[in-house]
Structure formats: structure tokens, C-alpha cells
Design a protein around this ligand. Structure first.
Ligand code: SF4
Length: 64
């Protein structure tokens, strides 16, 4: 089953350093200032670590 990480910007309060950026094992998440993080689909291995870590459910691993 193919998956894709989706960033739900509305769920992110955008007022803090995203803790999930450090959780990602392949450095696929980046953040500019306090904006919602951005995923690099080329790097992301769809492991789901960030989505289970984000308390606001702003990172969702979707099945396509
Ligand atoms: S799903 Fe895994 S590889 Fe992809 S951005 Fe999240 S932590 Fe990184």
C-alpha cells in the first residue's frame, strides 16, 4: 500500500520549534521559523515516526 505524509497546516499552532523535525530519521522534515514543517517526499521513507509523535496530529501518514 502506497503512503504519503501529509502536513495538516490547520492543526499546527505554528508557534514553536517543531519537535518532529528531530525525530525524523532521514531529515525529511524542515521548518522555517515557526511555520508548519514541510516534508521532502524524496527523502521521506514513510516510517510514520513523526505522525505518531506530533501531539497536534498535524503530520498524517495517508494511504493513497
Ligand atoms: S514519515 Fe518518517 S521519514 Fe517521513 S517525514 Fe515522518 S519521520 Fe521522516
Amino acid at each position: 500500500m502506497e503512503k504519503k505524509l501529509r502536513v495538516i497546516v490547520e492543526n499546527c499552532p505554528q508557534n514553536h520549534n517543531c519537535p518532529s523535525v528531530k525525530i525524523c530519521p532521514v531529515g525529511a522534515l524542515t521548518q522555517e521559523g515557526f511555520q508548519a514543517p514541510v516534508v521532502d517526499d524524496e527523502k521521506c521513507i514513510r516510517c510514520g515516526k513523526c505522525s505518531s509523535f506530533c501531539p497536534k496530529k498535524a503530520l498524517v501518514l495517508e494511504e493513497l
